[in-house]
Structures are given as structure tokens and as C-alpha cells.
Ligand binder design. Sequence first.
Ligand code: ACO
Ligand code: ZN
Length: 506
Amino acid sequence: MSPNGANGDAIVGSDGPRQKGKATPDTLKVGCIALVTKDGQLRRAEILSIKETKSGRQFYCNFDNFNKRLDEWVPISRIDFEQDVEWPNPEKDKQKDGKSKKTASAVSKKSQPSKKAQKKVGKREQSVASEGQTPHPWTEFVESQQRGKTPKVEDGDDKANASLEIGGTPGIGPDEMELDEDETPASAAKKEHTHPFSREQEIEKLRTSGSMTQNPAEIARIRNISKVEFGRYVLFPWYFSPYPEVFSQEDCIFICEFCLSYYGSLKSFTRHRMKCTLQHPPGNEIYRDDFISFFEIDGRRQRTWCRNLCLLSKMFLDHKTLYYDVDPFLFYVMTSRDEKGNHIIGYFSKEKESTDGYNVACILTLPQYQRKGYGRLLIQFSYELSKIEGKLGSPEKPLSDLGLLSYRQYWSENIIDLLLGYSEREEKCTIEGIATALAMTTQDVEHTLQALKMQVYHKGEHKIVIPEKLIQQREKSRAKQKRLIDPERIQWKPPVFTASSRTWGW
Ligand code: ACO
Ligand code: ZN
């Protein structure tokens, strides 16, 4: 198995020397590295799976130095059998089998790349992260602890989200977790205590109802859903998502854009749509302007909805594995409104209490809305919440390639704008001052300044300068920028949670 950089750029065949030799369509097997045509060029690709289709045998290929979302099924005709293939290394594969079992049991926790994998960052990641002089933690992908730390017990109200009845979700089973609005934390804690499943059983339940079979790590690498109808859009997933196995046999699955329930046939989906009454995410609307709204949804109170959101987003997010234990998270969902309802554009999740100071766990703009400035709005919103909390925040690491690009852009633009304001007012600026004004961590500020070469050492003093070119670039991009969050319109107070409402209390 080839390690992936946190951004998903695979380095195929990096597990040591391999035996080479000729293969035929019949002998080419999973784990082999062959030369396969992509974009008109022969490229090294690892075969991750093989299937028989009506039009012949197909091979699922992961291409050298290509992001995993560009993995694809290829027919025999795209594989060059004239050239030697590299055979899998049996000894290493055996060891890896053991490892992958371990990975699988941690499926609901934060993805934690091994030290080795952390070092083998894909080329694209290196090229975006290497401009700074000192490596920022994101380049090293230092993952600290896992979720599920014992939370502090606090008094205070538990923010109640409207508990809306939502359509049944095939596959995940009865929704025994959905809380009623009037359920108190104490009664909920009791319910949790008497819940018949252990954490392991829950994970196992997910796995057996999902596509994870004998070798979850391998299977998880293969995109299982090829097409999704979602509202008026057709989506083509990038990555694996643990929808129940039967769904991977469908040419297209149907997801209700409001309750996020999923269906394998148009008939059952149509029947669902006749019954489904949800028209917006099941939480409180905490922001509204002329274009968009934000809803806050508590993972614990709207477990099914939030799990469905995670399943949906996993199709476009490779390195985060949260999709089941949604209790410790809040979900901030951005929508656009029309007469039919509030349509999801994107979201970010946030730990109710992050000991690492993260203000975002996962962030996603649905593909049909990407590159239109919505990611910026999501990021800005997350920092506006941190400002209200009086905290400095940073996104959870590792960031994906697209996450890194978007954050760097957001950080750069905001630091430059702030500094331009400073120079007009002739204020002295410090890294701490910038961090506080923007609710960014000093590390993120420092790294951005370094990456933009804005820090100079002059006559024994560190100074911050804005190169003329950056000012011009910023003026151009500001002219393009359409939307911003208006902080005045945010109606939100930091929610306070009791220990029992943060987690399931296993
Ligand atoms: N190529 C180059 N630059 C990009 C790209 C891209 N594909 N996408 C974003 N950027 C940069 C650009 O600088 C862009 O500004 P510009 O368009 O003015 O040049 C800037 O980021 C912001 O772009 P937006 O349009 O505001 O961002 P978008 O709505 O596309 O959302 C996001 C960005 C959320 C990262 C989106 O690409 C996404 O959902 N990706 C899949 C999921 C993912 O990787 N999420 C981040 C994981 S990390 C984490 O969860 C903490
Ligand atoms: Zn629905």
C-alpha cells in the first residue's frame, strides 16, 4: 500500500524495491504498479481494485503524485502491457495487513498519519508549504491527541435546537439517539448509560452496514459511490464514504438535500420527497443576510442529520474520518434561500470544546459551489465566532490541499487588509496585535508573514513590511471579491455544554 500525503497525493510504490516483470490482463493483480494512460500520458499507477463489468475488466488506479480524488476505473486498453509491471511486495503487504486492522478500529477518531507517512508528504503539499523559512506545524502534520478527552463539567443551559422529525435513513438503522427537545441532560445521560451498544459495537455496526469488510484500509481507498443526485445537482464523488455496501452497487444514489437521507432508487427517493417536510437544516438560524444564512446544529441533538452530513461530506474530504461520533461537535451550515427552502452550500464542524484551540474541525463547500468565494465566507464565519468567544482559533490539522490553499488566501488577505489600515492610522503592529484583531493564532500569523516575505530584519529589529506587489495584488482581488460576512448580523452566544451533552459518555 502506498502512503498518502495528508493532501492525498499518492506516492505509489514507496515501500521499497519490487520485482518487475511482464503481466497480462489476467495476471495483473491488486497491489501491482503498472503504466497507465492518464491525460494522454503514461503514468505509474497502483492497482487498488479489479472488477468485471459488461464492457470488460476494469482496474481502479491510483496515480503517482496525483491526488486521490483523481483515482479512476480504467479499461484494459489504457494499461501498457508491453512494459514491465512492479509486483507487490508480499512481506511488506503482510505487515501492512496487521496495521490496517488497527487503523480500522480507530475509525471514528481523528485521522492520524503515521510518523513515516507524515514525512512522506506529497509533492504538491511540499510545494505549497515550503515558502516559509520555519516549518509551520501544518507542514509537519503534528497530530496531537485524539478526540474524546474528558471534558470539564460546566454548569449552564444546554442550547436547545429544534428537534425536527426527519425522514428515515436506510442503512444506519433506527434512530434511537435523536433527542427530544424537552429531554434534559440528566435524562439523556441516563439513556446513554442504558444504551445497549458499546462504542466498539457501534463502530462495528457501522462497519458491517457500511462497505468495510475484511481489509477496511484498502477498501476505504476506493471510491464507492460514482454519482449522486442532490437537489437540482448531480455530484460526482471524489473519495470513499461509508454508505452501506448495497449503495455502491447503484449507478446513482439519491440524497434528499434537506434531511440528507439517502436512497438507492428514484422510486423510494420520490416517495420520501412526498413525505419530507424539512426545508432547512435542523437547528437555529444564527445569521442571515441577503444571500445566505447560517444554521447551528448540535451533533448530539441531531445525530442522524449530522451523521448524514458527514457521510455526504466524506465523499469530498479524504483525510478526515469523522462521520459517526458526531456528539462532541457543532455544525455550522451555510445555506442559500429560495421559495423551496434553504439549500446547503457548505459547512464547517467545530468541537464543542477543543483543547488544541481548533475553531474548525472539517470544512467543506459542496463541489457545485466551489471556487465562488463561499469557502472564504465559511472561514470568515469561523473566525467571527472565535472573536465573539474571545479566543484565537486555527483549523484542525492536517489540512487538505484545497483547505491549505483557501486558508492561506484568507490569512494573507486579512493580514494585508489589517496592516494597510494600521499604516493609515500609523499604529505600531505586532504579531500578537494582528493575532488578536483577527482571532488567528500567532503561529498562523507568523507563518503567513514569513510565507509572504513580509518580515524583515533591519538594524537589529524585526519589522513587518508590505511589498508593493502584494498591495497591488490585494487591490485587484478585492475588486473581484463579492461577499463578506457582516459580523453585526451574527446572532450568537457561545453555547455552554454540560459534560454529558458533549459526548456519549461511554
Ligand atoms: N485551486 C486553487 N486555489 C484554490 C482552489 C483550487 N481548486 N480552491 C480554493 N482556492 C484558493 C483560492 O485562492 C481562492 O481564492 P480565489 O478564487 O479568489 O483565487 C481561495 O482559496 C478561496 O476560494 P473559495 O472559492 O472561497 O473556496 P471554496 O468555496 O472553493 O472552498 C474548500 C474551499 C472549502 C477548501 C473547498 O475546496 C472544499 O470543500 N474542498 C474539499 C474539502 C476540503 O478539502 N476541505 C478542507 C479540509 S481541511 C479541514 O477540514 C480543516
Ligand atoms: Zn428529506
